[in-house]
Design a protein around this ligand. Structure first.
Ligand SMILES: Cc1cc2nc3c(=O)[nH]c(=O)nc-3n(C[C@H](O)[C@H](O)[C@H](O)COP(=O)(O)OP(=O)(O)OC[C@H]3O[C@@H](n4cnc5c(N)ncnc54)[C@H](O)[C@@H]3O)c2cc1C
Length: 491
């Protein structure tokens, strides 16, 4: 096991004085009313107050803040938009939160090189909007894309509906500038096709703020497809919908997106968003294909035949961009819509082999019944990435504990059928202690040794993603209770 050096924590007044001497006044937030805004993320289970918040204006200010906090032995938690769903930007050990909100500029768009240089606080969808006149877009499209930041996407290695065909965030990051815990500024770059160095960029993407603070990125931009076709396949049986998913991929078709909504999820989304989903269906598949006119004709025919063969009762084709937009508004607004059912939520993020989808979905239903919970599934079916959404009212005695137990049971089932702990939301605090379900002691020790090279003092988002030792204590899932679903309403 890698040994990380710990430093005695200097007291708050001392750190405030050092930060104020080194940074512009507006960059250092100390008032409880301001600091309180940074005590949560979208994960619903954990909340913790940081001691202080710094909002730097550039890489140099970020490095200064990191150096001062690290020298004082303070935990340092980078924060994008705080939409994370695994507690990653919650300051569970206290310390300094560094908000990247002011580093929000698109520095350059290079249409010829199909890339963009951006600061980490740029909101995901804004990059695609700015790239649109060049016929390009940023392919990773998490459902939170109207609010989550590209820095947060890189740190979580975020996915999204269209990542089935285009790949997850790591496939679209070409370079990153990172502030390490000693305040040094390093750039990891893999723009050369066959770079001679270690792929440290690959290590940083998905490291959830545990290796350093990302302050600049070069990202790949993807050409907009010539044509897009979107289908809604409607089912009276969950198994039939799940079988269609496997059949489409088995036929060698990689749709741009292949999403599933089931049961109550369909009804509540329809009531809220009016997306055009049939409310009496047991499951619907949102299938999108894109590419050249000619190839789409034959793919559309194959998909229609597969849906029919596997029991779809209807197949609608979006007739224009407006109808396509409405179908997607339903999928992307699903989490917020579920606020109509219950005021609080906990969303799980497990992965299963596609061939085991229906089995685990059925199990999810039995877990819901056994724990007397409402669970809806709205998820990325094409890559087997389940998102059981556990809905409850935290004022009901004992319900939070039941939700946590049910969530763990579902995740164990995912692992048992050969799946894994997370498809896109990361490990954060929430699943840190589950890592030993799938990794050996030697695996974990190797990852900790890598972490210690970047951060020998264990100050960068400590106690997240990997169990870093006794100092981390038990995860209490306490203070926060569950967050109101209404929080998702701004997504
Ligand atoms: C309604 C809703 C839908 C969602 N849908 C999806 C989805 O489809 N796919 C998906 O993958 N996720 C989804 N998420 C989860 C979340 O939006 C993503 O994880 C997103 O990438 C987080 O970005 P953020 O800017 O909010 O980061 P934060 O929540 O602020 O931080 C997330 C993690 O990244 C670290 N971090 C943030 N910025 C930096 C930085 N500059 N340098 C180093 N570390 C950093 C933090 O320390 C933390 O560990 C969804 C969330 C919500 C609320």
């Amino acid at each position: 096991m890698a040994v990380m050096q710990t430093t005695r924590r200097a007291d708050r007044d001392e750190v405030i004085a050092r930060l104020r001497a080194a940074l512009p006044a507006r960059a250092v937030l100390t008032h409880p009313d301001e600091v309180m805004l940074y005590e949560y993320d979208g994960s619903a289970l954990d909340m913790a107050l940081p001691d202080l918040v710094v909002v730097p204006g550039d890489t140099a200010e970020t490095a200064t803040a990191v150096r001062i906090a690290a020298d004082a032995g303070w935990p340092i938690v980078a924060r994008g938009a705080g939409t994370g769903l695994s507690g990653g930007s919650v300051a569970s050990e206290g310390g300094l939160v560094i908000s990247l909100a002011r580093l929000d500029r698109i520095l350059e768009i290079d249409p010829a090189g199909r890339s963009a240089r951006v600061q980490p606080g740029v909101v995901n969808v804004e990059l695609s909007e700015r790239a649109a006149p060049h016929g390009l877009h940023f392919a990773p499209d998490p459902s939170s894309q109207k609010s989550s930041t590209i820095g947060g996407n890189a740190a979580e290695n975020a996915g999204g509906p269209h990542c089935l065909k285009y790949g997850i965030t790591t496939n679209h990051i070409l370079a990153a500038t990172v502030v390490l815990s000693d305040g040094s500024i390093v750039t990891f770059d893999r723009q050369a096709p066959d770079a001679p160095e270690y792929d440290l960029l690959g290590v940083v993407v998905g490291s959830e703020g545990t290796l350093g603070v990302i302050t600049e990125l070069v990202v790949r931009l993807t050409p907009n497809p010539e044509r897009i076709q979107t289908f809604l396949a409607v089912y009276d049986s969950l198994d039939a919908a799940a079988d269609t998913v496997s059949a489409i991929i088995a036929a060698g078709i990689i749709p741009a997106a292949l999403e599933m909504l089931e049961g109550d999820g369909i009804r509540v989304v329809e009531e809220s968003v009016h997306a055009g989903y049939p409310t009496d269906a047991e499951a619907v598949l949102l299938i999108e294909i894109d590419g050249l006119h000619e190839e789409l004709e034959s793919q559309a025919g194959e998909i229609a035949a597969l849906c029919d063969r596997h029991g779809a009762r209807a197949l609608q084709v979006a007739r224009d961009e407006e109808q396509r937009r409405r179908l997607w508004a339903g999928r992307k607004g699903a989490l917020a819509a579920c606020g109509r059912l219950k005021p609080h939520y906990h969303i799980q993020d497990g992965v299963v082999p596609r061939s085991r989808l229906s089995e685990v979905l059925r199990l999810t239903r039995s877990v819901a019944a056994r724990h007397d919970l409402l669970i809806v599934n709205i998820f990325h079916a094409g890559d087997g990435n389940l998102h059981p959404l556990l809905l409850f009212d935290v004022r009901e005695p004992g319900v939070r504990e039941r939700a946590i137990a049910a969530s763990e049971e579902i995740l164990r089932a995912c692992v048992a059928v050969g799946g894994t702990l997370s498809g896109e939301h990361g490990i954060g605090l929430e699943k840190r202690d589950y890592m030993s379900w799938i990794f050996s002691d030697a695996d974990i020790a190797t990852m900790l040794a890598v972490r210690a090279v970047f951060d020998p003092r264990d100050v960068m988002n400590p106690c997240k993603q990997l169990p870093t030792g006794a100092s981390c204590g038990e995860i209490r899932h306490a203070a926060g209770a569950a967050r109101a679903v209404a929080a998702g309403a701004w997504i």
